[in-house]
Design a protein around this ligand. Structure first.
Ligand code: PGA
Length: 245
């Protein structure tokens, strides 16, 4: 089954106007690699300025509120993201789940909000070290995914990102066999809910992806791209990951 790879960068709470030059450089890389989709999830403050410079790179927000509008100080709605030119949104990142108490049902609502406003959605799941060490990771993450999945989940607009929490920003990654087993487990969990559409839904790997480990990770059958934090902050570090896809 051919799925078009997606290499997505998540800048988290990094980036000022000067860093827009990196968007220009990443746009140039993406233009040279038409077989791969490239996206950048930027701080909300950079989105409107990045969009005109992004070329084929999809620009997205890092979170969205579950309600359409209202008295939610500090939050950003899906309509607001769409209004400034974003075409994508990240939901359920472990940093949102951990530091902002977001639950899987919250994440499902956020995903549906993004879709309702025409955004493509990357939905993150992943276990912590304790779950991994207990040997329960595949079942635990499959359950988390199904609890986070919006009702009308469809590969046309939804992508899954498997990000083990213990691999994020640590330089430690699962073994290639562990990644393959998890992605296989997630795809079969999806198949139980969305049937054959599971075959076309992209499942990304995220957590300490670099130019060095990207070829092995992206070479796996069930890995359809990467969600990249630190190594997406500069075009120089992002380039070999895009090249490996
Ligand atoms: P990292 O972050 O690549 O810096 O480990 C990945 C992520 O949190 O999306």
């Amino acid at each position: 089954m051919q799925r078009r790879p997606l290499i997505a960068g998540n800048w988290k709470m990094n980036g000022l106007a000067a860093h827009l030059e990196e968007v220009d450089a990443i746009a140039a890389l993406a233009a040279e690699k038409p077989t791969v989709d490239v996206a950048l999830f930027l701080p909300a403050t950079l989105i409107a300025r990045a969009v005109p410079r992004a070329g084929v790179v999809a620009i997205g927000g890092q979170d969205v509120h579950g309600e359409t509008h209202g008295a939610f100080t500090g939050n950003v709605s899906a309509a607001m993201l769409h209004d400034v030119g974003a075409t994508a949104v990240l939901v359920g990142h472990s940093e949102r789940r951990t530091y902002h108490g977001e639950t899987s049902p919250d994440v499902a609502i956020k995903a549906a909000q993004g879709h309702a406003h025409g955004l493509s959605v990357v939905l993150c799941v992943g276990e912590d070290a304790a779950v991994r060490n207990e040997g329960k990771a595949e079942q635990w993450v499959s359950d988390q995914l199904l609890a986070s999945l919006p009702a009308d989940a469809d590969p046309e607009w939804l992508t899954i990102a498997y990000e083990p929490i213990w691999a994020i920003g640590t330089g430690v990654i699962p073994t290639i066999d562990e990644i393959a087993a998890m992605h296989g487990a997630l795809r079969s969990a999806l198949r139980g809910v969305i049937g054959d559409k599971a075959d076309t839904m992209r499942i990304l790997y995220g957590g300490s992806v670099t130019g060095d480990n990207a070829p092995d990770i992206l070479g796996l059958d069930d890995v359809d791209g990467a969600l990249v934090g630190g190594a997406s902050l500069t075009a120089a570090k992002f380039a070999p990951i895009i090249a490996a896809a």
